[in-house]
Design a protein around this ligand. Structure first.
Ligand SMILES: CC(C)(COP(=O)(O)OP(=O)(O)OC[C@H]1O[C@@H](n2cnc3c(N)ncnc32)[C@H](O)[C@@H]1OP(=O)(O)O)[C@@H](O)C(=O)NCCC(=O)NCCS
Length: 445
């Protein structure tokens, strides 16, 4: 459609920008192992084909994928249709021989449904040209839960072992492995398993980079209904004691994430598939859209290295363009990279600052202080300043100075005092740009 008024940013521009911004994530995810659990509820929704397309795209981008599917609502429906009674103890189904028949039928049907969806390749679909082998088999070895508190759980089982090497061989060949909540014991019996336990056990055994749990309406909020974006396993554990997280299925999903993150899986993500494209947004945008349980804080403040040059240039470019900062070439930045400190968030540089010491004058210049606009007002600027103040003290500097045209008040609030150009070390005075007319501020350390 054409209109009289041209929009300054077209859809195509947005798409190009989005695609460019996603390239660091494409590089970061290639060759990584993700265990993705699709809960039984999601398998019933009309959003499933779109989700399968997104998983096919991950496979095409070189992610080593192991899928785990749930089957709880499908099993419940079959048990009910067969006129059997569903019995639960401790949120766990007691599976007798008759119920096991329904479990195997439900799981078999779901496996075939997923095989069908992964085989789609119509010319007008996103999976055109994608040939993906979805491999399922006896990858999960089970053992019986047995008798607990006087209840015999019969054919309800637990994960005994994951056939790691067999799974690795498949994903190494580019195949997608599908695990079901059903496992065989070495005696040849079948056991009904908890899909979340299969997913977390597989992620731990495979030393996966991520466990991703996809649920229908799966949200982990704080008391005021705001999404909790990042939790440590300890924080997740504290939530699990709360009443509002003790309901099925969120308690099992959060428990699985917590268990995986506590046992070597770097990141466990909980995503609500009610939001279209949740998986893509979580994996290819800076902030994602779900809750991540991780032991490592995914924001770090550290000294810059040579391979950070690209990220720093990207952060500084808009500020150089609008004149807030003085332009620096890539060569200059490469030579001075050891002067920079930065804040890295999920592999991206979101803040930086540099310290240029003048040891003879016992003074240092603070420069290039910048925080990405999305991440301002959370004291990141302050953290960078403190870090460089510490560095300056270690180098026996007694003062810091800064030249600024627009950020005077921020520096004043951090303890810098206005000063004249004559307060600068002689070497720096000679380079002072009178046309730029920056204000000088000095802070004693
Ligand atoms: C200055 C800057 C680094 C601060 O980063 P930050 O992480 O948001 O900093 P903090 O959270 O520690 O401080 C935020 C406070 O500073 C204030 N602030 C930010 N920029 C300011 C400015 N130019 N002048 C006055 N105050 C400013 C904010 O309003 C906020 O105060 P408030 O909480 O009372 O509203 C960031 O705004 C930035 O990158 N600016 C553009 C680059 C720049 O000007 N760099 C300095 C070049 S010499």
């Amino acid at each position: 459609m054409t209109t009289d008024i041209e929009s300054p940013v077209s859809d195509t521009d947005d798409q190009v920008a989005w695609f460019r911004n996603s390239s660091p994530y494409i590089n970061a995810h290639r060759g990584r192992t993700f265990v993705v659990m699709i809960s039984g509820e999601v398998l019933d929704t009309p959003r499933l084909p779109a989700l399968i397309h997104d998983l096919a795209m991950l496979n095409a981008l070189g992610v080593r994928l192991v899928l785990v599917h749930g089957a709880r609502p499908q099993i419940s429906r079959r048990v009910q249709a067969a006129g059997l009674e569903s019995r639960f103890e401790n949120h766990t189904r007691i599976t007798d021989a008759a119920a096991l028949e329904e479990v195997t039928a439900a799981v078999g049907a779901l496996r075939l449904k997923l095989e069908g969806l992964f085989s789609m390749g119509l010319a007008n679909s996103p999976m055109y040209n994608a040939t993906i082998q979805l491999i399922s088999g006896n990858f999960v070895i089970a053992k019986p839960v047995g008798v607990r508190n006087g209840f015999d759980y019969q054919h309800t089982g637990e994960v005994r072992r994951i056939q790691v090497e067999a799974i690795r061989r498949q994903v190494d060949s580019g195949n997608v492995v599908l695990l079901s909540p059903l496992g065989a014991s070495p005696t040849g019996e079948l056991f009904n398993l908890n899909a979340e336990e299969v997913a977390s056990s597989a992620a731990i055994a495979l030393a996966a980079d991520k466990l991703i749990v996809l649920g229908d309406g799966l949200r982990v909020d704080d008391d005021e209904g705001r999404l909790l974006r990042e939790l440590t396993p300890q924080e997740a554990g504290r939530l699990l004691i709360q009443e509002r997280f003790s309901t099925d299925p969120v308690d099992r999903q959060l428990t699985a994430a917590c268990h995986a993150a506590s046992n070597g899986v770097a990141r466990a993500h909980l995503l609500d598939t009610c939001e279209d494209g949740a998986l893509v947004r979580e994996l290819f945008t800076r902030d994602g859209c779900g809750t991540m349980v991780t032991r490592e804080s995914y924001e770090t403040l550290r000294g810059a290295r040579i391979d950070d040059v690209g990220g720093i240039l990207e952060l500084l470019a808009p500020l150089e363009e609008d004149g807030t900062l003085v332009r620096r070439s890539r060569e200059l930045l490469e030579n001075e990279i050891h002067r920079f400190a930065l804040i890295e968030r999920d592999g991206m540089v979101i803040g930086c600052a540099a310290l240029y010491p003048f040891p003879d004058d016992r003074i240092g210049e603070l420069a290039c202080v910048a925080v990405h606009p999305h991440y301002r007002n959370s004291e990141r600027g302050l953290q960078l300043l403190r870090y460089l103040e510490r560095r300056a003290r270690e180098q026996s500097l007694q003062k810091l100075f800064v030249l600024t045209t627009r950020t005077a008040h921020w520096f004043r609030e951090q303890g810098f005092e206005p000063a004249g150009v004559d307060a600068l070390p002689a070497q720096r005075q000679a380079l002072y740009n009178w046309q730029r007319n920056s204000k000088v501020f000095v802070k004693s350390l």
